[in-house]
Design a protein around this ligand. Structure first.
Ligand code: SF4
Ligand code: SF4
Ligand code: SF4
Length: 278
């Protein structure tokens, strides 16, 4: 792990909280909108709280963060405020030239943020995975398929859908985007649950379908925070690999390691290692 020793175990939650607070204050002051201060302060505090619980060895620490952030974004921002936080919402606000909630959310959580915290979004905040992680296959029971190309099709379809709305100048765009949010989320949950049971893998949707990974994967390649293996301590027992939900070869310290851009920083491998090598 990046930080070791008792006094250092609060560093990661503190670092994540400080990053989000920096974003919150910067956006609040530059956009002169209190929403950004409250929004990013809440998300940063929720994620940092989950990480803190993890350091205190609470079993469901990550779930706490997932539900605190996921339900806030799905229920409050999505259902109550009618903000489409799906990828269609990102395209929509991008095309309208509005650098507001959804575009800022994507910039922070899914495009530039992963340079610092990798796929932390996928481990601690995503409202789709918040449900999928409750299913009975936290560790894949079958070998990984070569279906990753499907994500590019879903990505292109989301772009085409919003592009077509603009090209055809349809009316009531805000309402259409809200319905797209409802239907899109419903489909994600349906496909995610069916795939999880069919492939005996809770995270199958994340591995093959999710279009957001088109942003997340290349950016997280350069992530500052990553699981590293101390090869001098590792005894090659393989226990870490048996608990990884994303099929990552975490014993390889290289950034090019197998499925390296899939790590969701869940720390299951760290907990499983008997030699504290991760
Ligand atoms: S891959 Fe997609 S669905 Fe899975 S956790 Fe990440 S953003 Fe959510
Ligand atoms: S088990 Fe380790 S390598 Fe696998 S996703 Fe979790 S933190 Fe990353
Ligand atoms: S569990 Fe620890 S000791 Fe065993 S292979 Fe993984 S990193 Fe090495």
């Amino acid at each position: 792990m990046m930080a070791s020793g008792k006094w250092k175990r609060f560093l990661l939650p503190a670092l994540i909280w400080a990053i989000f607070e920096g974003v919150a204050v910067t956006l609040w002051l530059t956009k002169e909108n209190l929403f950004y201060l409250l929004n990013f302060s809440y998300i940063g505090t929720a994620v940092a709280f989950g990480l803190l619980l993890f350091q205190l060895r609470y079993k469901h620490a990550r779930r706490v963060a997932q539900f605190l952030v996921g339900t806030y974004m799905l229920v409050y921002l999505g259902l109550i405020c009618h903000e489409n936080m799906q990828i269609e919402g990102f395209w929509y606000y991008l095309f309208t030239g509005v650098f507001e909630a959804a575009t800022i959310h994507y910039a922070v959580a899914k495009i530039f943020g992963p340079l610092v915290f990798g796929r932390g979004w996928c481990g601690y905040a995503c409202w789709t995975a918040m449900i999928l992680d409750l299913l009975p296959y936290p560790v894949p029971q079958r070998p990984r398929r070569r279906w990753g190309w499907v994500r590019y099709i879903v990505f292109a379809l989301s772009l085409l859908f919003v592009g077509a709305l603009f090209l055809t100048h349809v009316g009531h765009m805000e309402q259409i985007m809200f319905w797209a949010f409802l239907i899109g989320n419903g489909l994600y949950y349906l496909v995610g649950v069916v795939l999880a049971f069919a492939l005996k893998d809770n995270r199958a949707f994340c591995k093959y379908i999710c279009p957001i990974t088109v942003f997340l994967k290349p950016m997280s390649y350069f992530s500052l925070l990553r699981i590293k293996c101390d090869e001098s301590k590792c005894v090659s027992c393989g226990k870490c690999k048996t608990v990884c939900p994303m099929d990552v070869d975490m014993t390889d310290p290289s950034r090019k390691r197998k499925n390296g851009t899939e790590c969701i920083l869940c720390f299951s491998c760290v907990k499983a290692c008997p030699k504290n090598a991760l």
